[in-house]
Design a protein around this ligand. Sequence first.
Ligand SMILES: [Zn+2]
Ligand SMILES: [Zn+2]
Length: 172
Amino acid sequence: MDADPPFVPLAGGCRCGQVRFRLETPPIITHCCHCHLCQKTSGAPFRVNLMIETERLSVLDGEPRPFQGANSHKTFRCPACGLSVWSHHPHLGEAIAFVGVGMLDEGERLAPEVHYFTRSKHPWVVLPPGVTAFEALGDPGKAEARARIEAALAKAGAGGAMRAWTRGGAPD
Ligand SMILES: [Zn+2]
Ligand SMILES: [Zn+2]
């Protein structure tokens, strides 16, 4: 059996460069969401986020500041340019971070493994043939991703969060 090639850490940062960060392992999963909230917050037809255990996201430079918007995800922003560097989903808490792949220097290394909320996908957006996609939410069928999320939540003492997540409010 061939071993996986070693992971080359993905680095990224805010617009002004004051905040720099690095993913120490491959993400849990990379997903593309076409829901109305992602459209609203990105100002675009969809948003592509990766999920990773927050403890595997190293801040190399700068001090991102927490910002809790009303009825929204908690985000960590660059104090200088104001860009959101990562966010936390209310159902999963701070053990799991969501990072927009556009924040990475080489975001093109991460193609979405799953598409959510295709029911509100803009009609001109054509998905690659064979990609896993759901009208709303669904199980992407990546056992390792589920195990990593459960482990991170258990470690944070938030075991109930995974049930809330799979029941369906997320990742809106
Ligand atoms: Zn900045
Ligand atoms: Zn969404």
